[in-house]
Write a new protein. Sequence first.
Length: 222
Amino acid sequence: MVPAGAMWAYRRWAAKALAAMGKKSEAIRYAESCRGPWTNDGEVDAICEEILLSSGMVEEAYTRYGLQANRGGTYLATFRAVARKYPDKSAATILADLVEASPGDEGKWFAAAKGAGLFDEALALAGRAPCDPKTLTRAARDFAQDRPAFALGAGLLALHWIVRGYGYEITAADVWAAYSATMTAAEKNGNVAETRERVKQLVAGEAPGGSVAGILGRNLGL
């Protein structure tokens, strides 16, 4: 008897064989019927997507399987994989579809949006749900010269999420890095006083027991 965990390893070839015989609809139905607790859904999605693409049914492949079949190790990797597979789809469309398919993870698509040049969308996503403050700080630092308005937004969001307790092993150095990148962007953007006041309000709203006020408080006059 074939072990249950190994069944898909054999059945996937049966699906491929049906597709090679020109029975592509049957191949997809068969692959779909193999879903279960011992089957990797991503592999089923990938085979079904491949069958549809080989038939020239690009839109159906994208709609039914494209987002799931190209999941990578990171949100950015997923976006890039889908974009490579479907070059006729705009970056904005792919990003919007991926975001819709992962409610609650909006902030995690920040790097993908930034990498695609969708800067307004990137800031909007990072404002809707938690985003890694270190990622936001890097964006603030890297874009301070060329896109100071975007860099400023990223820096303020980095401080916003730090103040709210998000981020992995955030240290005093990370807080200062976010603050420094924000103020550098503000200088380039021509609104230092306004930005300083916004940062002061952010830090003043920190929950009791937080560390950001202790780190930046003297500098901000708190």
